[in-house]
Design a binder for this molecule. Structure first.
Ligand code: AP5
Length: 215
């Protein structure tokens, strides 16, 4: 078992990059944001615990997040390789992952730090639209659908995520700086940080990461 971690602020392009890598590598995409949104939608106990934190753009407690991650790792079996998107997000989560991986004799191979200027992050998030049916991600300017508000892939309606309002975005950026950015130093100590200029177009960002993966 091995893993890579995609680290980056809200809108850095973690989901877009994951979709690209999923098609070209054998890593299983694990997004805690997607898992928590699914839990919220199904009204499960995890979703109920996460609701208020997600709506305000704050972080869901570490115990909840580590619980769903452990369950997912167990479900995929001993030979799975993981691409973590938006996890870990605190030092506590990183320590929890180290503990889990040590038990399983598993290794983190690379932590890709996706670097994008703040102004670009804000315009990426305010312009993002998502398909209600398949979850495909669009952008009003960078990646518009052929027909306005309609998914090119399955004709589903597009919506704006509730936490992509400007006020919530500012809180998410602040939370990132205070609680998640310290992970850069944490993983630098383990010599795992690979800095990626994620302000480039998606194909170029994916190519930079694939270079490190040797694929
Ligand atoms: P989560 O869903 O993980 O949100 P996030 O980290 O804020 O990241 P985003 O999904 O907003 O952005 P992204 O980097 O994936 O960008 P994307 O590829 O979509 O988390 C949501 C919430 O859940 C959190 O606030 C928290 O409450 C909770 N949560 C989740 N994980 C947690 C954890 N571990 N611990 C505690 N709480 C947790 O791209 C954005 C837009 O830009 C798109 O429109 C896209 O088309 C465009 N774009 C992407 N890449 C490029 C590019 N290279 N060039 C031009 N445009 C691009």
């Amino acid at each position: 078992m091995r893993a890579i971690i995609l680290l980056g602020g809200p809108g850095a392009g973690k989901g877009t990059l994951s979709e690209n890598l999923r098609r070209r590598t054998d890593f299983i995409h694990v997004s805690t944001g997607d898992m928590l949104r699914a839990a919220l939608q199904s009204g499960s106990p995890v979703g109920m615990k996460a609701k208020s934190f997600m709506e305000s753009g704050s972080l869901v407690p570490d115990s909840v997040v580590l619980g769903i991650i452990e369950e997912r790792i167990e479900a995929e079996g001993a030979h799975a390789h993981f691409m973590f998107d938006g996890f870990p997000r605190t030092i506590g989560q990183a320590e929890g992952l180290d503990f889990l991986f040590t038990k399983k004799n598993a290794r983190i191979r690379h932590v890709f730090n996706l670097v994008v200027p703040h102004a670009i992050l804000i315009s990426r998030l305010t312009g993002r639209r998502v398909c209600r049916q398949c979850g495909a991600v669009y952008h009003l300017i960078n990646k518009p659908p052929v027909r306005p508000d309609v998914c090119d892939l399955d004709g589903g309606g597009l919506y704006q995520r509730a936490d992509d309002s400007e006020a919530t975005i500012l809180n998410r950026l602040d939370v990132y700086e205070k609680q998640t950015a310290p992970l850069i130093a944490y993983y630098e100590k383990q010599k795992l940080i690979r800095t990626i200029n994620a302000g480039e177009p998606p194909e170029q960002v994916a190519a930079s990461v694939l270079d490190f993966l040797g694929e």
